[in-house]
Design a protein around this ligand. Structure first.
Ligand SMILES: [Zn+2]
Length: 232
């Protein structure tokens, strides 16, 4: 094979590795963000469950107070009943007492529902706390792994970049420019010619091109895509 082609293929191999490393590095911030979102969602769920529990407890205390004040009201009516001598007033007080008792009974129903809610919430709170703690641990581990991976990729890339000159040093500048342009725009600059077909654009090349490539004496481009061809 033409020595330039050999050098270009080595360079292309290096450049492909570097491109792939850069691609992987690019995904690191996104991965980090997605992990942090996972953690914050688990924390949020745990907080929400705690808030619901707290709200139910506050409501429970409020209902307790409501019952207490209504019982005091009933006690007042009872006292008034004992003091009154008018039958009409007596009946009205009885009526009021019955009404307040009805209210108490309604509040007690709500208390029962609230107790059921609190009973249901208790395991949910425990589960959300457990899930949040597990997520924190897992995400922390994954973040550490991700940082490690990112560091490794950065090191590998730095090493590859440092070695690039070794690959380009002996190449003609115009050829190198050609190569760079093709590698950037067409993904691959140097491709094999297989059965008279360019493996870059998959088009059949002319007989003259096939002959020139096989002669291994000069740099030959595919007449369709302009990529540099080498004999397979
Ligand atoms: Zn081609």
């Amino acid at each position: 094979m033409l020595p330039e082609i050999e050098r270009l293929l080595l360079l292309q191999d290096r450049d492909k590795k570097a491109r792939s490393l850069r691609g992987e590095l690019k995904t690191v911030p996104l991965e980090r963000k997605s992990l942090e979102e996972k953690l914050s969602a688990a924390k949020q769920l745990s907080q929400d469950t705690h808030h619901r529990q707290r709200a139910a407890e506050v409501e429970q205390a409020r209902l307790e107070n409501e019952i207490r004040s209504r019982k005091e009201q009933i006690a007042k009516y009872e006292t008034q009943k004992m003091q009154t001598r008018k039958n009409e007033e007596y009946q009205a007080l009885n009526h009021s007492i019955a009404h307040v008792r009805g209210e108490i009974s309604g509040i007690e129903d709500r208390q029962l529902q609230l107790m059921e809610t609190l009973d249901e919430l208790k395991p949910q709170v425990a589960e959300a706390d457990r899930a949040a703690a597990a997520a924190a641990e897992l995400v922390q581990r994954q973040l550490t792994d991700l940082e490690k991976k990112s560091e490794q990729l950065t090191t590998q890339l730095a090493e590859l970049d440092a070695s690039r000159e070794k690959f380009t040093a002996s190449l003609d500048e115009d050829l190198l420019d050609d190569y760079k342009r093709l590698f950037t725009t067409k993904n691959e600059a140097v491709v094999a010619l297989r059965n008279e077909v360019c493996s870059g654009c998959h088009m059949k090349v002319t007989v003259a091109t096939v002959t020139a490539v096989k002669a291994r004496k000069s740099i030959v481009h595919c007449e369709q895509c302009n990529r540099i061809l080498y004999p397979d």
